[in-house]
Design a protein. Sequence first.
Length: 295
Amino acid sequence: MVKHTPKKNKNMPKKKKTAVRVVRSVASVRRGLDAPAAAYARLLADPCAAPLVHPIYAGSEGGILVKAESVQTYGTGAGFTNVMVHWTPGAIGSGNTEFLIAQDGPGSTATPAASAVTPGKVFLAANATGVRCVAACLQVTYLGTELNRAGTFTIGRTQGSLLDPGGAYTYANVETSLEHFSRTPDQTIELRWVPANMDQSFTDPNVATPTQERDRKSAITFLAQGLTATSGIRVRMVAIYEYQPLVGTGITTPSSSRATSGFSLDDVLNAVQKATNVVSMLSSMYNRRHAAIEL
C-alpha cells in the first residue's frame, strides 16, 4: 500500500509565531479591574514611581493629591544597637503620634516617642483642614560597613494600635508580631503600606489624632536588633496624601476630584496582593508564615 503525502501549498501564508509576553508583577494588577481601579492598584504597588491618582475610597469626598518624602537616620548614637519604628501614615495630627521611634542599647526596654518627621507634615499643617493617606512605603538601609554588618531586620504591616507612645515594650515581644524577618541585609528593603477601612476618613492635621482613630488605621512597624553600635540605619518614608485645603489659602476645595470605579477598595487590595510581593527586598527576606517569599 502506497501512503500518499499531500504536497504543501507554497502559496499559503505562513503562520506567524506568537511571541511570549512577559508581564511584570506591577503591570499585572490591571487584570480584571477597570482603569481607575487599576491605576490606584499600580500606585499602591509602587508609591515611589507610579503616577499619582485618586484612591478608590468610599464616599463622595475628594481632594488635592500631594507626594511627600522624609529621610531620617537612627541608631548612630553611642551604644545604640536596637531601633524601633512605628508609622501610621493616615493618622497625621498635631500630637505627632503617627510616627513613633525608639533607639536603645542591648537588653533595653523600648519606649517609643512621638516625632514630627512624617512626610509633608509642615506643608499639610499649614495648608490642609483634612488629610488622608492614599499610598505609602517605608524603605530601610543599613549604613554600616560590611565588616560590621550584624543583627536582624524585622518588618510587617500592622495597625496603629500595635504600639502606643510612652509604652514599655521588649524588642523580642514586638518582633513576634511582625511577619518578615532577615539578618541585616546589605541592600535596601521596602514595605508598601495598604489602607484599612478607617484610612478612607479624613483627619485634621492640626488636631491631635484620637487614640481610637489611630488604632484603627493601617501602619508599618520595623525593628533592627543587634546592630553594631553607631553603625545606624537610614529610614526613607514616601507618602501620597489627598488633602482638603484650609480656609484662607485661596485654594478651592475640589470635592469632585475623586476616582469613580465599579470596583471597591477590597477589589483593588485583592488584585495588588495577588500580583505583587508584600515586601520588596533588594536582598533576602523571609516570611514567617509562608516560608521564603520570592523577591
